[in-house]
Write a protein that binds this ligand. Structure first.
Ligand code: DC
Length: 218
């Protein structure tokens, strides 16, 4: 197996940007696994399914392909909410497992970001980060990002969304959002994205050196 980097954490913690920067720095392909759940949520809604219907959502998840992840509709606030709702179903998570593990198994190695990468998808990953920040700071980042995308939103509503998603993602029974016991916690509350990406790169560099050394030893 190649060198796998697991980047987990709550919404708008900076994990997506960090994962992309790590991919560029280490020459690894990156999978934003949140996009998978966003796509399932959006496709369910388009097909007229209730996001609470786990069987219908699992059928949509089983038919999903990586080519469907470029749709800008997946970046909206609505898509994030739908994603969090379909993500509670064990059958949906099971249907998305092989795709994620196949991505991680590439010979080149890979970076995957999400909520359960270090705990469930790639528990053996040699580098694990859990990126977090306070709900207020994450909501502010998300609110600015939405405005830049042309989606005006009220800060108080975005903060309420953030808290609701944290509670749902962290409170569900199957594969809840969690920091793996062997993950390094990176709190980006007081950091610029440059500073956070740099700290993440140094953590992964150290993990890579340990991984290389463990491969070399008999
Ligand atoms: O990272 P994101 O905001 O794009 O994720 C959207 C939702 O998808 C998130 O609220 C919970 C779900 N998700 C998940 O359950 N497991 C993952 N590995 C990634 C995302």
């Amino acid at each position: 197996m190649g060198f796998v980097v697991a980047v987990d954490g709550p919404a708008a913690s900076g994990k997506g940007t960090i994962a992309a920067r790590l991919g560029a720095a280490f020459g690894l392909p990156v999978l934003d696994t949140g996009l998978l759940y966003r796509a399932v949520g959006v496709l369910c809604e388009r097909a007229g399914h209730d996001p609470g219907d786990g069987a219908a959502a699992a059928t949509v998840a089983a038919a999903l392909s990586a080519e469907q992840l470029g749709d800008p509709a997946l970046r909206t606030r609505r898509a994030g909410e739908l994603a969090s709702r379909v993500a509670v179903h064990p059958a949906v998570r099971a249907a998305l497992l092989d795709l994620q593990r196949a991505f991680a198994r590439q010979e080149s190695g890979a970076v995957l970001d999400g909520r359960d990468i270090g705990t469930v998808i790639c528990p053996q990953a040699p580098a694990k980060l859990y990126v977090t920040a306070t709900p207020e700071v994450r909501a502010e980042r998300r609110w600015k990002q939405l405005a830049a995308q042309g989606e005006a939103a009220d800060y108080a509503e975005v903060l309420a969304d953030t808290r609701r998603r944290d509670a749902r993602d962290g409170g569900r029974e199957t594969a809840p959002m969690a920091c793996a016991a062997d993950a390094i916690l990176l709190d980006t509350t007081e950091m610029t994205i440059e500073h956070a990406a740099d700290a993440a790169r140094r953590i992964v560099e150290a993990a890579r050196a340990r991984w290389e050394a463990s491969k070399a030893s008999p």
